[in-house]
Design a protein around this ligand. Structure first.
Ligand SMILES: NC(=O)C1=CN([C@@H]2O[C@H](COP(=O)(O)OP(=O)(O)OC[C@H]3O[C@@H](n4cnc5c(N)ncnc54)[C@H](OP(=O)(O)O)[C@@H]3O)[C@@H](O)[C@H]2O)C=CC1
Ligand SMILES: CC1=C(/C=C/C(C)=C/C=C/C(C)=C/C=O)C(C)(C)CCC1
Length: 331
């Protein structure tokens, strides 16, 4: 494909007379806008000073729409509309798309859920629910919008992946697997779709201070993890959970910060395939990049968590004050 001929949907273009023509707004469909990153992204895009976007902010339970509507303010009914969408339901996806005027130019697969705990204590049902939401939910939406994008030979699919799509984290086995699945799926698809002038972007935030963590903590305080042995439960409750809380407190990003990076990706003429958002987390992702055998990452994080918790605390404090050089900068 000729790079020069790539035109993203709805972008301004120059007429033969050299006049910069105003572009029609791009329709952006976002899943999971009842809270967190999805809500903030819908609001920031709807308030775009250049009015480049018409946002369809979706959620599975419309009874939760109050917070979004309040945050949208004057944009509600103008550049932002709210619609029902459960990414786990074919009918809901079909119904939502049938209500959209025109076509989806930008799809943001944001809806997702976490799952933590000792593997032995988690049911297969709970694991399948994570894959149904995080992985198959995205696949379902992509299958629905792709024919239109291919016909028009334009489109952008943004996937809210995670640093856990790049590296596993102890006691997050299933959640990380669902994000790894997204990374493999969308990297593969990106190659074919370039031929149709359709771009894929995997956004990889580190910890973000949203309801995500609270929901996980609520789940683990009530869960009993039947089948997990006493040592593993001790590692999970007394070592991992406090370390994870400290990580969120020290290097957790605000949804506003993450969304600024996503807005840049959506506005880019050449969107990147991968975009990390958290400079302070990057020393941890670097541990895998610099040693492709994977041992450096696994051994270092094992050591920090189980052998040198003081060093971990010190390292996190250091990262939070920004005194270590940032190796990966969001563009
Ligand atoms: N917070 C973090 O530390 C990080 C989060 N991420 C990813 O960011 C994305 C957004 O999470 P975040 O904003 O933090 O968390 P939130 O829990 O605040 O938001 C998750 C959203 O997904 C929605 N959702 C869950 N299941 C479905 C479904 N079946 N259909 C439609 N919507 C659904 C939730 O709706 P409902 O209210 O109905 O449950 C909610 O709106 C997720 O994909 C997550 O994996 C990535 C890296 C870090
Ligand atoms: C890497 C690492 C840790 C935990 C990382 C966590 C908990 C990351 C969470 C990321 C999230 C929430 C991503 C969401 O998609 C520990 C245990 C502190 C030990 C030291 C190394």
């Amino acid at each position: 494909m000729n790079g020069e001929s790539q035109v993203l949907p709805g972008r301004g273009h120059t007429s033969r007379e050299g006049i910069n023509m105003a572009a029609a707004p791009r329709t952006v469909l976002i899943s999971g806008c009842s809270s967190g990153i999805g809500l903030e992204l819908a609001v920031q895009l709807a308030h775009d000073p250049k009015k480049r976007y018409q946002v369809v902010a979706t959620m599975r339970d419309l009874r939760k729409k109050g917070t979004l509507e309040a945050a949208a303010g004057e944009a509600l009914g103008q550049t932002l509309t709210v619609a029902q969408l459960d990414v786990c339901s074919d009918e809901s996806v079909a119904q939502c798309l049938s209500c959209i005027q025109g076509e989806v130019d930008v799809l943001v697969n944001n809806a997702g859920m976490g799952l933590v705990g000792p593997l032995e204590g988690l049911s297969l049902d709970a694991m399948q629910n994570v894959f149904d939401t995080n992985f198959f939910g995205s696949v379902r939406l992509v299958k629905a919008v792709l024919p239109g994008m291919k016909r028009r030979r334009q489109g952008h699919i943004v996937v809210i992946s995670s640093v856990m799509g790049l590296q596993g984290v102890v006691f997050n086995d299933v959640y990380a697997a669902s994000k790894f699945a997204l990374e493999g799926f969308f990297e593969s698809l990106a190659i074919q779709l370039l031929e149709f002038n359709i771009f894929i972007s995997l956004v990889e935030p580190g910890p973000v201070v949203t309801e995500f963590e609270g929901k996980l903590l609520a789940q683990v305080t009530t869960a009993e993890f039947p089948g997990a042995d006493a040592d593993t439960l001790h590692y999970f409750r007394d070592i991992y959970l406090p370390a994870s809380r400290e990580l969120f407190r020290s290097v957790g990003q605000s949804p506003q910060d993450v969304v600024r990076a996503i807005v840049k990706v959506i506005g880019s003429t050449r969107p990147p395939l991968r975009q990390q958002t958290n400079v302070r987390y990057s020393p941890l992702t670097m541990l895998k990049t610099v040693d492709s055998s994977g041992s450096l990452y696994v051994r270092t994080t094992h050591c920090l968590l189980f052998r040198c918790p003081r060093l971990l605390s010190l390292g996190l404090r250091c990262l939070s004050c920004g005194c270590l050089p940032a190796q990966v900068r969001p563009r």
